[in-house]
Design a binder for this molecule. Structure first.
Ligand code: FES
Length: 72
């Protein structure tokens, strides 16, 4: 499943953004450098930033859980 397209110009989905966050991306500039998201028309920037912030929040919350809960 590819997920929902966030950036149509560069075919970046919400799944792509979450994958990049899991790989260590923490800033919008890093996301742009790795995916090309929002480097064309820019229409997707607000949604891409919101998706990035949500993905970081979820990743940080997951990391804060005890190992026996995080891996369950
Ligand atoms: S939709 Fe993302 S740059 Fe155009």
């Amino acid at each position: 499943m590819r997920g929902m397209y966030i950036c149509l110009c560069n075919a970046v989905t919400d799944h792509d953004i979450r994958r990049e966050v899991a790989g260590g991306v923490r800033t919008f500039a890093e996301l742009q450098a790795r995916t090309g998201c929002s480097d064309c028309c820019g229409c997707c920037e607000p949604e891409a930033r919101a998706c990035l912030a949500q993905a970081i929040e979820q990743a940080d919350a997951q990391a804060a859980l005890p190992a026996f809960v995080a891996t369950a």
